[in-house]
Design a protein around this ligand. Structure first.
Ligand SMILES: Nc1ncnc2c1ncn2[C@@H]1O[C@H](COP(=O)(O)OP(=O)(O)OP(=O)(O)O)[C@@H](O)[C@H]1O
Length: 336
């Protein structure tokens, strides 16, 4: 169907069982990802980014996780599929790149075997065809000597090379959709840039829709078309990347921007975000979840049941508190 998003998440809630109760780590999240689009999801550790990614791929332990809502991929709700049906999507139409290439790779298997394993499950190719394709993939992700790497074990490669292999596996069946969860966090800075360039290049060629999870706003600026900011299991702001960088509005988004050295809001002061993301059991479930981290903002600025407001075209912000927000000690703002 024309104009249908590639991935459409509707009211997704992911709850984990702790003792006998379920607590939502992803709370009523709705998002779309289009073909050929990179949607970045940003937020501090513990905001629910990985829980969201794993829910899309149905990779949680289903015994202590409850998934509600819909994850529609090409019109099919993945949450209603059996595990066997879901396995037809995972690795074929949908790929995933994790933060740590070492945990994603099997230490006991040669690289070539690992690439071929994904293809064997999903593609009908002869052994010779699979080998040829593996070598081609290794070349495509910038491995200098594909024949040699094909025979090597993960521990024989550098971190950057291992992540290239993980990317080769993820794209081996030409997925329409990829989730990359902190794909460069474990790598050296120079290697990070190479891996990001590689991902963009492949995305350009394959027109893949990508969800990129990161806490790094530099990575967002380089890679994303749109950005969703997540706090305490909810989307608090979403906009295209230019709009978000030009006009960040939610206090949490502004705090994230203002806590990095190059983006202090018109001043040379850095703001450290007070407090920490509450643990899952202690998440506030009513009112503005960020309010206790900005206690200098008056209570009446917050909505009692914050919803997303479209403040300009396709730019959504949760709660009305953004209208009254200022950083502490910002005398001019306090006078207003
Ligand atoms: N399997 C689980 N059982 C119970 N609680 C969990 C489970 N997985 C995650 N959580 C909790 O859910 C919340 C969200 O975690 P999640 O890993 O999604 O955050 P994140 O934003 O991806 O952080 P990070 O960047 O550190 O991965 C956290 O409070 C975390 O402790």
């Amino acid at each position: 169907m024309a104009n249908q998003p590639l991935l459409q998440i509707k009211n997704l809630t992911t709850s984990f069982r702790i003792q006998d109760e379920y607590y939502p780590a992803v709370d009523n999240v709705s998002l779309n990802v289009n073909e050929n689009e990179v949607l970045a999801i940003v937020g501090e550790s513990g905001c629910g980014k990985s829980a969201l990614a794993l829910s899309i791929m149905r990779l949680h332990n289903e015994l202590n996780t409850k998934l509600e809502g819909e994850v529609n991929f090409k019109g099919q709700n993945l949450l209603s599929l059996s595990t066997a049906e879901m396995n037809k999507y995972r690795g074929k139409e949908m790929g995933m790149i994790f933060q740590d290439p070492l945990t994603a790779l099997n230490p006991l298997m040669r690289i070539g075997q690992q690439i071929e394993e994904a293809m064997r499950n999903h593609l009908d190719l002869s052994d010779a065809e699979m080998k040829a394709r593996s070598l081609e993939l290794l070349k495509k992700v910038g491995i200098p000597n594909p024949e040699r790497t094909y025979m090597q074990f993960p521990h024989e490669l550098s971190g950057g090379m291992r992540q290239r292999v993980v990317i080769a596996i993820a794209i081996s069946c030409e997925p329409k959709f990829l989730i990359a969860d902190e794909p460069t966090t474990a790598l050296d800075v120079t290697i990070q840039a190479q891996i990001l360039d590689l991902m963009l290049e492949l995305q350009e060629q394959m027109k893949t829709g990508i969800i990129l999870i990161t806490h790094d706003l530099g990575v967002v600026a380089e890679m994303a078309d749109r950005v969703a900011v997540m706090y305490a299991g909810q989307i608090v702001e979403i906009a295209d990347v230019y709009t978000l960088f030009r006009n960040p509005l939610h206090p949490y988004t502004r705090s994230l921007f203002n806590s990095i050295p190059s983006a202090a809001e018109g001043s040379d002061r850095l703001h450290v975000i007070q407090g920490i993301v509450p643990s899952l059991k202690n998440l506030p479930r009513t009112g503005c979840r960020f309010s206790n981290r900005i206690p200098w903002i008056k209570e009446s600025a917050h909505e009692s049941n914050p919803t997303l407001h479209e403040v300009e075209k396709d730019h959504w912000v949760r709660c009305t508190c953004y209208q009254d927000f200022h950083f502490p000690g910002d005398a001019e703002a306090e006078k207003i």
